[in-house]
Design a protein around this ligand. Structure first.
Ligand code: ME8
Length: 510
């Protein structure tokens, strides 16, 4: 059976409209999943929505809806948007589904039976806004909002017992938490003793949650519920064969949820006797026009705004921008000017221009048929070798989940093909030395075809259009060999794949 690969995004809360932050994690996970499919692997790509908790309950009340009705609307909205952006997820899990609730209750019961969960009294600070118990120190520092003194009996998970095992695992598996700075952050966090984790809320205070299987007066705490989606979706406890095929997963997350994923989640899995994830990658943060995105600043870029930009330059332009300029290792700023500028530079000037030039010349001088390569000279041999090196580098960056580097590598190759054409001037050669011109155009087109095949996960629509223009009977979705471009094929109808965006339109807000 083919090698399998399992990748996840966070489950997004349904108390907020989808925005560029949630689309970023989803897009890079999608691109990684698509590359693994191109390698012929059996991929399971999971995303979904996190639907329980106080905030959802409150958001529903505000809109005069039941929590379930509210969740249906939002879950559908997320699904519509992921489909608009051509996200290729294999499953979409909602934490309110029966298949998930059953797993949460089973794992809780197991941990309770093993003495990993116990009941205790708590008196201290609680942040209503963040739905969290807050330490004396954090309260004094004013870290959390809407903090109240409460006294409550709850259930606790013995997370403190897993500190040393977790440190050992992180040390023995250098790729477990990525990138390196996040790994160090967690190792730093684990220098202090770990507290046990409160995992319940009394139903009297919060009804919208999963009931504890051993006490009907309580529901689970949101994180204990949500994290388990990563095993409930691939069939834990229901379809063991499927679960074994895909687990362990690579978790793509933002840096805001590092501790829950790198401390709570592995401790829960260790307690339940389940293998730990393969890797957790926490990326950086998008800011908007130089500022932190927040509702009060009114600069939260929602995906409807992005859709209106896509009306001008296509959806692939957004996928490309996210992949190339996104905050994978450090934070990154989203601005309209930067978005359209990247589009013009890389897609219109480099890729699009190269396609136009080569197609036009072949139409004009070779009757629209791919000219024969003849004997490749040193320069063309170099381009073929460079293509192979790009493919190998892309596959190496894929192992590191470095989507930025993958895209930069391919577009740098496309630029080098542009320079090759400038240098060879096939438009002049066509008159003086048609064989040489044919060779140059063949090499240019072979390089373009190769680049388009490799860019498919980033530009699924435009590379499909490119292949239909090429008329070679091929569809994108697999890695091709540079030299397999067939001479003699009649090119299809030409279209401008990436028309230039007039930056003046930004001033007039058109
Ligand atoms: O945390 N820049 O859900 P959430 C980059 N339900 N990424 C961003 C971002 C930004 N400005 N804003 C959000 C939750 N994200 C929980 C997760 S998982 C079992 C439960 C992305 O809707 C990033 O991936 O608040 C971040 O981790 C996630 O959205 C938070 O989504």
């Amino acid at each position: 059976m083919n090698q399998s690969f399992y990748i996840t995004t966070p489950l997004y809360y349904v108390n907020d409209r989808p925005h560029i932050g949630s689309s970023y994690t989803t897009l890079i996970a999608d691109i990684i999943a698509m590359y693994h499919r191109m390698k012929g692997e059996d991929v399971f790509f999971l995303t979904g929505t996190d639907e329980h908790g106080q905030k959802v309950q409150q958001a529903a009340e505000k809109n005069n809806l039941s929590p379930a009705e509210h969740c249906d609307i939002y879950a559908e909205r997320f699904q519509e948007l992921w489909s608009y952006f051509n996200i290729s997820n294999d499953d979409f899990i909602r934490t309110t589904e029966a298949r998930h609730i059953r797993v949460v209750q089973d794992v809780m019961q197991t941990l309770y039976d093993r003495g990993e969960i116990y009941k205790d009294d708590y008196e201290g600070w609680y942040s209503v806004a963040d739905e969290m118990f807050v330490s004396e120190k954090d309260h004094a520092e004013g870290k959390y909002r809407d903090v109240r003194r409460i006294s409550e009996t709850n259930y606790y998970f013995r997370m403190s017992a897993y500190r040393q095992r977790l440190i050992d695992h992180i040390r023995e598996h250098p790729g477990f938490i990525r990138p390196e700075n996040r790994r160090n952050e967690i190792l730093g966090f684990l220098k202090q003793p770990l507290k046990d984790l409160c995992i319940s809320r009394p139903k009297a205070r919060l009804a919208w949650g999963i009931e504890l299987p051993f006490d009907e007066d309580y529901v689970t705490y949101v994180w204990f519920d949500a994290l388990l989606n990563y095993i409930s979706a691939p069939g834990y406890g229901a379809d063991e064969e499927k679960f074994r095929r895909y687990w362990p997963a690579v978790h793509m997350i933002g840096k805001d949820i590092l501790t829950t994923h790198c401390v709570y989640w592995p401790s829960m899995l260790m307690a339940a006797g389940i293998e730990l994830p393969e890797a957790i990658f926490a990326h950086g943060w998008w800011t908007s026009e130089g500022k932190k995105m927040s509702k009060s600043l009114g600069n939260f870029i929602d995906l409807e705004t992005i859709q209106s930009h896509c009306d001008h330059v296509g959806k692939d332009a957004y996928r490309y921008f996210m992949a190339k300029e996104g905050p994978l290792f450090s934070d990154s700023d989203f601005s309209k000017a930067r978005f359209y500028h990247t589009y013009n530079m890389d897609l219109a000037n480099d890729f699009g221009n190269l396609v136009n030039r080569i197609f036009k010349l072949i139409k004009k001088y070779y009757d629209g048929k791919v000219p024969p390569p003849g004997t490749l000279q040193e320069d063309e041999q170099e381009m073929k070798k460079a293509a192979e090196a790009v493919r190998d580098a892309v596959m190496e960056h894929l192992k590191a989940l470095d989507v930025n580097a993958m895209v930069s590598e391919i577009i740098a190759y496309v630029s080098s093909v542009n320079r090759y054409l400038e240098q060879k001037e096939p438009w002049k050669l066509a008159k003086s030395d048609p064989d040489a011109a044919g060779r140059v155009l063949y090499a240019g087109l072979a390089s373009l075809r190769f680049s388009a095949a490799l860019l498919y996960p980033v530009l699924p629509e435009k590379t499909a259009e490119f292949f239909s223009m090429l008329n070679s009977g091929e569809k994108p979705g697999r890695i091709v060999r540079w030299e397999d471009l067939s001479a003699g094929t009649e090119l299809g109808e030409m279209k401008a794949l990436f028309p230039r965006f007039d930056m003046k339109r930004l001033e007039t807000n058109d």
